[in-house]
Design a protein around this ligand. Structure first.
Ligand code: FPP
Length: 260
């Protein structure tokens, strides 16, 4: 295995990984982890492969990350798979990404069910190809009673549009007498967002060395801990994920207050 500097790195054997997981589980685990999975294109380019090869490799990392999150006892894992701005990409790339949920769920849904994982999606469903939406809706339906990790795909998701839509709905509800101005607070506002079923992410991970939010969960990430890595998403393995969780466990979250 090559590390991010291209140097040989001894892979962690499964017992080392198991020990590490147990050690990490002794400290508080983030309830909700959100990930901006970035760098698939660059990963492919480095290997003179088409960009879609990077997305395919990235899909495999989704599986491993999901399984580890479940083992760690993380309650929700939100993965930014496609933004409302990603439609600007070449047609063949968009079409390929839209096929990935079918391939992923077609292959791994039995494993997700076996591991008690619940699948959810947040994003604008109307513009998704019907084959993409059907694959996701089927997985949502088949896993709805599962009680383990919630695997939440942010697909055709954009935070500014989500916030604007929430504001429009609040105005309507206010006009119709459903919501009084005095009743509107941060908690009520959150309930109008697509993430209303989830607590705010405790930890945000972004791969590939880009240090920005790219229109992802702008409201929800207000007090999240951020962890950035230069590692490209297809190279993001269990060790890096554990490194991010460990870094989170060392942070002191103050939520604007002071430590007592
Ligand atoms: C960003 O990397 C990645 C995406 C826009 C797609 C992410 C999709 C996956 C990881 C697979 C998702 C799997 C399922 C099951 C939905 P980039 O293409 O922007 O990389 P670059 O910045 O290096 O070009």
């Amino acid at each position: 295995m090559l590390n991010k500097f291209g140097l040989w790195k001894k892979p962690a054997n499964s017992s080392t990984l198991r020990d590490k997981i147990e050690e990490i589980k002794e400290s508080p685990i983030p309830e909700h982890v959100a990930i901006i999975m970035d760098g698939n294109g660059r990963w492919a380019k480095k290997r003179a492969l088409p960009r879609i090869a990077g997305h395919h490799e990235g899909m495999k990392v989704v599986r491993k990350t999901t399984m580890l999150a479940n083992k760690l006892g993380i309650k929700s894992l939100t993965l930014y798979a496609f933004s409302t701005e990603n439609w600007k990409r070449p047609k063949n790339e968009v079409e390929y990404i839209m096929k990935l949920p079918e391939e992923f769920l077609g292959t791994f849904l039995p494993e997700l069910i076996e591991n008690n994982v619940q699948v959810k999606m947040m994003g604008y469903k109307d513009q998704l190809p019907s084959h993409t939406l059907h694959a996701i809706e089927r997985a949502v339906e088949e896993t709805k009673n599962n009680t383990g990790l919630v695997l939440n795909f942010a697909l055709n998701y954009g935070s500014r549009a989500e916030i604007l839509d929430a504001v429009k709905q609040i105005i309507k509800d206010n006009k119709n007498g459903i919501l009084k101005e005095t009743e509107l607070n941060e908690e009520v506002f959150s309930s109008y967002l697509m993430s209303s079923d989830f607590s705010d992410p405790d930890l945000l991970i972004r791969t590939s060395g880009e240090i920005r939010l790219s229109n992802f969960m702008l409201w929800q990430l207000a007090y999240s801990e951020f962890w950035f890595t230069d590692v490209l998403w297809p190279d993001f393995n269990e060790e890096y994920f554990l490194e991010a969780i460990e870094a989170y466990q060392k942070r002191q979250r103050r939520f604007g207050g002071i430590l007592s």
